[in-house]
Ligand binder design. Structure first.
Ligand SMILES: [Zn+2]
Length: 97
């Protein structure tokens, strides 16, 4: 409901009485004992309802490999461009002289 007219403090208070945040309820994983959201997969071990739904270690290894490859690619790109810019600046300095 949209509030369009002046209202009392009581009305504001009544409206805001539903704004309080509730504490997050967590359940413990039966596999590793970590805290996780109820009815959700455990983010520590990838287990849900007593069985493994996701192999998180494998996924993490894949992601790490991907990130590493990207970093190396960026390094190579910088390695190619860095000497060129260095030469350019050197030329400019020579021109100024
Ligand atoms: Zn777990």
């Amino acid at each position: 409901m949209v509030i369009r007219m002046r209202h009392t403090r009581g009305h504001s208070g009544n409206r805001r009485s539903h704004h309080a945040l509730k504490a997050v309820s967590l359940s413990t994983c039966s596999h590793c004992g970590a805290q996780h959201r109820p009815h959700h997969m455990c983010l520590e071990c990838g287990y849900y309802n007593g069985r493994q739904v996701m192999n998180l270690e494998e996924l993490k290894a894949k992601r790490d490999a991907r990130i590493k490859a990207k970093k190396e690619r960026i390094k190579l790109d910088l390695g190619d461009t860095a000497p060129v810019t260095g030469e350019e600046t050197a030329e400019k300095i020579e021109e100024k002289k």
